[in-house]
Design a protein around this ligand. Structure first.
Ligand code: NAD
Length: 264
């Protein structure tokens, strides 16, 4: 196996300043890919994170702070990234947010933001990345959906709708690119302990009057039979596999990595 199979490829990972996106960006960089980071956060911390990845893996990185809820900012990021690296070879649509509430109480602005960031942003990045990928007849599009792209949970209507939509969009993209060297697949994680999930752990700890550790166990016990969190590193390894030649004919799948969640 090549030590750096993704050398000379460029990966844009949306929402890569934290959590799963950062884990995937690091795994792709370890495989040799240059990385365009995106996401919110303290600019000094983001610079430090980029410097660490460049030093550890010997790749080039860039950062664009586009708000993935804003199509014109997404366009600016894609144009800038293409200019700097001569195109995007690997597109990881990962940025996402969550809000938990019953449908009748669900704030309309939160619904709109979740659909825009978790679903529509993938349409915008994909439509802008495809011409360059088609010109090279090579590309990888990886959409971070969720087990909630396959099954539902109560109080997560917007998230479940967006993630089911993203799985559907993945299949359409895979069909439109089926006779090219471009593949498109979705990854569907179960619980991963990131800032997005820590908020839900905190809410559970407060509601049940239990410690953080007990709240984590309660959340896992409800849905994830392994009783263990999936890790960003494990998801990163799956993303690297999707980028390999062995995955050339994996097209349009929604691959769950979920400790058994959807096997139930
Ligand atoms: P996280 O909160 O740790 O990270 C989210 C990232 O997205 C951050 O870099 C943040 O800055 C960025 N982001 C948020 N809003 C943005 C916007 N408007 N524009 C640009 N960037 C924005 O979350 P995470 O848990 O790492 O989630 C990453 C993806 O994985 C999401 O799509 C999420 O739905 C999905 N997912 C997470 C879990 C889990 O258990 N954590 C499970 C299944 C799927």
């Amino acid at each position: 196996m090549q030590a750096h199979p993704l050398k000379d490829k460029t990966a844009l990972v949306t929402g890569s300043t934290s959590g799963i996106g950062l884990g995937i960006a690091r795994s792709l960089a370890a495989a040799g890919a240059n990385i365009v980071f995106n996401g919110f956060g303290d600019l000094n911390e983001i610079s430090a994170l980029r410097a660490a990845v460049e030093q550890e893996f010997g790749v080039t990185t860039a950062y664009h702070g586009a708000d993935m809820g804003k199509p014109e900012q997404i366009t600016a990021m894609m144009v800038e990234a293409s200019k700097q690296f001569g195109g995007i070879d690997i597109l990881v649509n990962n940025a996402g947010i969550q809000h938990v509430a019953n449908i009748e109480d669900f704030p309309v602005d939160k619904w709109d933001a979740i659909i825009a960031i978790n679903l529509s942003s993938a349409f915008h990045t994909t439509r802008l990345a495809l011409p360059g990928m088609k010109a090279k007849n090579w590309g990888r599009i990886i959409n971070l959906a969720s087990v909630h792209g396959l099954v539902a949970s109560a109080q997560k209507s917007a998230y479940v709708a967006a993630k089911h939509g993203l799985v559907g969009f993945t299949k359409s993209t895979a069909l439109e690119t089926a006779q090219t060297g471009i593949t498109c697949n979705a990854i569907c994680p179960g619980w991963v302990l990131t800032p997005l999930v820590q908020k839900q752990v905190d809410a559970r700890a407060e509601k049940d009057g239990v410690s953080n550790e007990v709240a984590k166990k309660l959340l896992l016990a409800e849905k994830q039979p392994s009783g263990e969190f999936v890790t960003p590193e494990q998801l990163g390894a799956l993303a690297v596999f999707f980028c390999s030649d062995a995955a050339n004919q994996i097209r349009g799948v929604a691959w769950n990595m979920d400790g058994g969640w959807v096997a139930q």
